[in-house]
Every structure is written in C-alpha cells, then in structure tokens.
Design a protein around this ligand. Structure first.
Ligand code: CU
Length: 302
C-alpha cells in the first residue's frame, strides 16, 4: 500500500487525464495486493471506489442483486434503443429512402411497445417490493438497538442488554490513530454480535437525521416524535462505517457511524462491562480491533 500512495503522490503534477489513468491503475494494483479478507470484512468508502460497497450481510446482498438486475435491464434498453436509432438513421434518411411510407398505424407494433415496457416494469416491481418488505423488520430479532439522531452526534441504547445508553462522536482529526479513519471513526462504536438479527428502532431528537450504513444495507430516517423500525445483520466480523445522510445542519458531517460486529461471546463480554462503565461515566473497553482493511484506507486518506 505505501508504494501505491507514493505513486499517487508522485503523479500529482500530471495532466488531469493522465492522473485519472494512474489512479485507476493504482486502484487495480491495490485490489490485487490487498488481502482478500480485507474486502470482505470491512464496509468503508475507498478512494476512487466505483459501485456499491462490499456486502456484509443478507440485506446488502439483496440490494446488490436488485441493483444488478436493474443495471442489466438498463444496459439492454440502452443498447436496443441506440441500435434502433442507428438503424433508422441509416436506413430511413432522406437520401436512402426518398419516398417515405405513409402508414400511420401498426397494431402489432403498438401492442408490442405497450406490453414490453409493462413487462419490464413488472420485472422491476416484483423484486423491488419483495426487497422493501424484507428490509422492513426483523422476523426473529435477537437484539434491539435504539438509535437516536441528535444535532450532532448519535445516541445509542441497548434496551434488552440492561438498558445502557451512550453517545457516539467522531474522533478528531488530530487524535486519529493507526487503524482509524478520519471522519468515520468514532469514540464509542455501536457493537453488535455477528450473525444476529438486530432490530433497529430509530428516532430523532431535534431535526431529521438518517442512520445509513451502506455495507449492511441499512438506511432509516430518525424523525423527532416518531419511531421507525428496520433491521440489520452482519454475517462477517469486522468494522462497518456509515454516516448520517440526511442534511441536518451545519455539523452534518459530524455524524459518522461505526458498527463493530464481533463474535457473540465477545459481544456479551463487551455488553456486560459497558453496562457498568457507562453507568460510571467511563467509555467501555474497546472490542477486538479488526485492523488490516481500514488501516489501509486510513493511510490513503492521510
Ligand atoms: Cu444528521
């Protein structure tokens, strides 16, 4: 990774397109040299990242496959329309076809261009509604977490783990340590057990915020005076980053989200000491650090 960063820095002076090409190349090298596990376990934005973040659980898997379906439908439609336009432009221009047809109706064609778009919309609507209902709520929740958006930090509560609550603020840039990401790492992360269906209840205190962790496929408004429900599950241990993605005021940027998914035993240990330590006004002891992947991201960002 340091070689990649040096490469990026060395090429800073180049022309725009040259620089873009070198960054794409560097990205390819980074992907080839990064350990495979790094991509799988951590959800975080990466420099020059394209497409969706890697999936950490079943909801994001479902979102990704739906995204793929819509993408390929769009590719098909775009290619078909472009080919049709090219065909018409070549075959029926004034020079090639000086005497135009005077037909104004073609029943078969009209039925076809009504039915085909209806079928395409149905092909999108059915999995889309299925996905919306899947995201709606946890069927068998193992754990409930209350998420409250506040100007400008997150307030979390674990009602079925003894009811402890805590605030989560971003780590200041000057305090960032190795393994943390400026603008994304927080002082007190949200900790969840791997493989657990986590019911997430969101509410707001002042204005509308939004709890958004892309790699877990969760995004829900936090609205004052209202409780919304959704759920998430991390199937791989690791760190998953997100942000408030509802413009909520001047310190909107100040609301990163850090979710740490750890084995159940480790979660139980964390929850039990968190109960005591938060009650005494101390932060809990950190859970196991999952270092490799987001350390690399932190280096690139520096
Ligand atoms: Cu916000």
């Amino acid at each position: 990774m340091p070689q990649v960063i040096a490469m990026l820095q060395a090429r800073r002076g180049q022309a725009r397109w040259g620089r873009a090409a070198s960054l794409v190349m560097a990205g390819c090298i980074a992907m080839a040299t990064a350990p495979a596990i790094a991509q799988e376990v951590v959800g975080a934005p990466v420099p020059w990242g394209m497409g969706l973040q890697a999936s950490g659980g079943p909801i994001k898997d479902a979102i990704s496959s739906f995204n793929e379906l819509v993408f390929w439908l769009m590719v098909g439609i775009t290619v078909f329309v472009a080919a049709l336009l090219a065909y018409v432009a070549v075959k029926f221009n004034a020079r090639a076809n000086p005497k135009p047809s005077r037909n104004s109706h073609n029943t078969t064609l009209e039925v076809a261009w009504t039915l085909v778009p209806v079928l395409i919309l149905l092909a999108i609507a059915v999995p889309s509604f299925r996905l919306i209902y899947y995201q709606d709520r946890a069927v068998d929740a193992d754990l409930t977490i209350n998420v409250q958006g506040r100007q400008w930090y997150w307030h979390y509560a674990y009602p079925d783990q003894g009811g402890f609550t805590f605030d989560s603020y971003p780590v200041q840039r000057e305090d960032i340590r190795a393994g943390q990401i400026a603008g994304l790492s927080v002082d007190n992360a949200l900790v969840i057990p791997v493989g657990a269906n986590v019911r997430v209840l969101t509410t707001g205190q002042d204005v509308i915020h939004s709890f958004f962790v892309p790699s877990l496929g969760i995004q829900k408004y936090t609205i004052p005076g209202r409780t919304l429900e959704t759920w998430m599950r991390a199937d791989k241990p690791g760190v998953y980053y997100g942000q408030c993605n509802q413009i909520c005021g001047v310190n909107h940027w100040f609301m990163p989200i850090e979710v740490r998914a750890v084995p159940r035993a480790e979660f139980d240990a964390w929850a039990s000491q968190a109960r005591t330590r938060f009650a005494e006004g101390q932060p809990p002891l950190p859970v196991q650090m999952v270092a490799a992947p987001h350390m690399q991201t932190a280096e690139v960002r520096r």
